[in-house]
Design a protein around this ligand. Structure first.
Ligand SMILES: Nc1nc2c(ncn2[C@@H]2O[C@H](COP(=O)(O)OP(=O)(O)O)[C@@H](O)[C@H]2O)c(=O)[nH]1
Ligand SMILES: [Mg+2]
Length: 380
């Protein structure tokens, strides 16, 4: 109101207010701003300035009703602005304040601000800063809790943030565990490896990257089986890689055909099976995948997850693939995220080992064995 009056004079009234955000992606993360549309009623001003004598009387009473109206309106606006200000104050809570609020849900916002004012250094407790850091890395609260307990167990109520972080790095690395890669059988039979995961996660690309490594660098005999017949393009994509790498492909249309396809490739060292992406809600597709898994009796199954998937989507995906007894986690699109918190979450939730991570679209270069040290550092 002060700003409006400074710009337009004391007769200005607010016509409307609304919350707006800055345009573009950045705006999504910035605090909302308040846009106020205000105006001055020229009639009132001119009448006030030059009232004709004979009209003064009626003008006065007219003005009085107008003033009453305006006063009413002003009161309403005042309440509105106060409400908006309160709401804004709530949204403008800093992370430390939110942590306080999170830990004490019943605490009033005004009190949080007061506590923080008293507390010149809001992160006096290094565990709080640690918690903040990890939740910014998209780590699930449950995992953060486990870590905090684990660290406290080692160093107690340390007030050195550096000490906590040093221990945390060790604990996160422990939590991530050692990655496991494809282990070839040594009984002369081919090793059968199945790749499963949501559509578009990067199954076919990853399979081609690994095939290139095993055929070009390790000189192994490879075969592909494509069970992704939902999309013609998917088979074509695999066939293209197969041609480049000079690897045979067998396309199967029902889960029962996989045994035969595997039998056909008994002279190979490694059989890589590409499956169709499943939409989480398609029960029939999942039944088919289960049948495929049962029939294939694969030596290893890799569940692919994109590093960029949201925490809730990740939970959902893991739930749908929980029918798999044994699998390894393979994370794709590491290059597309700043912080790979999802890796820690999925590892914690499943207890399954990490394996490879893929770091770009380029076949065959953009794949590596998960580097636990780098991942831990990146999360912290
Ligand atoms: N940025 C990035 N893109 C990837 C990565 N892996 C795969 N992709 C891309 O993701 C898209 C889907 O890959 P595709 O292998 O067809 O997924 P599928 O449906 O699971 O078989 C393609 O455009 C790939 O190039 C990765 O590690 N990083
Ligand atoms: Mg595919």
């Amino acid at each position: 109101m002060l700003k409006v009056k400074m710009d337009l004079g004391s007769d200005a009234v607010i016509l409307s207010t609304r919350k707006v955000r800055k345009k573009g992606i950045k705006g999504l993360f910035s605090k909302p701003m308040t846009e106020i549309l205000a105006a001055v009623d020229d009639d009132i001003i001119s009448r006030r300035r030059s009232p004709e004598p004979e009209k003064i009387k009626s003008a006065v009473s007219e003005d009085k009703t107008r003033i009453d109206l305006l006063e009413n309106r002003l009161n309403r606006i005042e309440t509105m602005i106060k409400n908006m200000y309160d709401a804004q104050k709530n949204e403008a809570l800093s992370v430390s304040e939110r942590v306080l609020k999170y830990e004490n849900p019943k605490i009033e916002t005004s009190r949080i601000s007061a506590i923080n004012r008293l507390n010149a250094r809001p992160y006096e407790n290094p565990y709080m800063l640690f918690t903040k850091k990890l939740s910014e890395s998209e780590v699930e609260p449950e995992v953060i809790n486990a870590l905090v307990n684990n660290i406290r167990h080692s160093v107690g109520d340390s007030d050195s943030y550096e000490e906590i972080m040093a221990v945390a790095e060790k604990k996160v690395k422990e939590m991530l565990g050692q990655p496991q890669t494809i282990r070839l059988r040594d009984d002369g039979k081919p090793t059968v490896v199945l790749f499963v995961g949501p559509t578009g996660v990067g199954k076919t690309t990853t399979l081609a990257k690994l095939a290139a490594e095993y055929t070009l660098n390790q000189r192994k005999k490879i075969a592909f089986i494509s069970a992704d017949t939902y999309r013609i393009a998917a088979v074509e994509q695999l066939k293209t890689y197969a041609e480049i790498l000079n690897v045979p492909v067998s396309v199967i249309y029902t889960p029962s055909e996989i045994r035969e396809a595997i039998a056909e490739f008994q002279d190979k060292d490694l059989i890589l099976v590409d499956t169709a992406g499943r939409s989480h809600n398609n029960v029939a597709q999942f039944a088919e995948l289960k049948a495929l898994v049962n029939n294939a009796e694969a030596d290893e199954i890799y569940l692919l997850l994109s590093c960029g998937v949201s925490r809730s989507a990740c939970r959902e995906i893991l739930k749908h693939y929980s029918f798999l007894k044994d699998f390894k986690l393979l994370f794709t699109k590491y290059d597309e995220v700043n912080v790979p918190g999802i890796i820690l979450n999925a590892r914690y939730a499943t207890g399954k080992p990490l394996s490879y991570i893929t770091v770009g679209q380029s076949v065959p270069d953009d794949i590596e064995v998960a580097n636990v040290e780098n991942i831990a550092r990146s999360i912290l």
